[in-house]
Design a protein around this ligand. Structure first.
Ligand code: C5P
Length: 293
């Protein structure tokens, strides 16, 4: 059995403070992006065998796919094994949630392969244990996230995103998520954001138009990321100056994205970006609302 494993962007990531458990309290607006890795699942006699087309990725217990499969087999007490192949296309340590999406798709894929032994609430619990962004990928709608990002309010598609497109730019280097969060103590205003921005952005996205709503895009983690990697700020500002309705760094970076009114606009902006910055960066354009299957 094969499944697509999509990625996401954060239209807003507003950090509200550090928690006693070491995580950060935040509010975020997550939007699915139909640029996908591919996962293949087969039953096997015993154990978990994971292979991947990208040799840089560990295929043992460090890999979230492996950990998701392990959590699934343990909680269902299934004694047979699985063989999983991961075709990686989404950049890694990129703020696009590629690994988190792979983990969620593995939970959904194995649950289907073995005849749905787990109820949605159990999948949710396993997902939360695997990472803050994993529960988002159990569903396919935009969402408002709170807590450490795992408490989700699924949202209706934003009308102003109809016909719009994402331009994704990955600079060719990654950013470690724990590193980005740790740096926040040097940026107290970014560590202690004003609560309520997420709901304001969602209201604006539901009322439209796109350009007005995009002025509410915000990411606290741009502060440490842009200080270390100023090229990311140049990328973001270039996208806005050259016609994107809005632009932001996604998650803990390093991907910067623009939202454009149409796929044709996003493709034109991608060409301008390559003309200005050369072809070293990874650049993709993706419709914001995928055509219905
Ligand atoms: O939940 P996840 O495994 O994706 O988190 C990775 C790391 O990011 C955590 O170990 C923590 O350092 C940081 N993090 C955080 N607060 C959050 C989410 C992540 O401090 N809300």
């Amino acid at each position: 059995m094969e499944k697509d494993s999509p990625c996401k962007v954060n239209l807003l990531l507003n950090i509200l403070g550090r928690r006693p458990d070491g995580f950060h309290e935040l509010e975020t607006v997550l939007h699915p992006v139909a640029f996908c890795d591919r996962l293949r699942f087969d039953r096997a006699a015993k154990g978990i065998e994971l292979t991947c087309n990208d040799p840089r990725l560990p295929t043992d217990g460090q890999n979230l796919v492996f950990r998701a499969a392990d959590a699934f087999l343990k909680s269902t007490r299934i004694s047979s094994g699985v063989r999983i192949h991961l075709e990686k296309r989404i950049p890694m340590a990129a703020g696009l949630g590629g690994g988190s999406g792979n983990a969620a798709t593995t939970l959904l894929g194995l649950n289907e392969l073995f005849g749905q032994p787990l109820a949605p609430a159990q999948l949710q619990q396993l997902a939360t244990g695997l990472g803050s962004d994993v529960p988002f990928f159990l569903q396919s709608r935009p969402a408002l996230g709170t807590g450490r990002g795992e408490i989700l309010e699924p949202l209706d598609p934003f009308p102003c995103f109809c016909g719009a497109a994402f331009l994704l730019i990955h600079p060719g280097f990654g950013i470690s998520t724990p590193w980005a969060y740790q740096q926040l103590r040097r940026f107290p205003w970014a560590l202690n954001g004003r609560p309520g921005r997420a709901r304001e952005l969602v209201n604006a996205l539901q009322a439209g138009p796109l350009k007005a709503a995009a002025s509410g895009f915000y990411n606290s983690l741009e502060a440490p990321a842009f200080e270390k990697h100023p090229i990311l700020a140049l990328y973001r500002d270039f996208l806005v100056e050259e016609g994107a309705a809005g632009a932001l760094m996604s998650g803990s970076g390093s991907t910067v994205f623009g939202v454009c009114a149409s796929l044709a606009d996003a493709d034109r902006l991608a060409d301008k970006f390559r003309t200005r910055f050369g072809s070293a960066a990874w650049v993709r354009t993706v419709p914001a609302a995928p055509a219905p299957a």
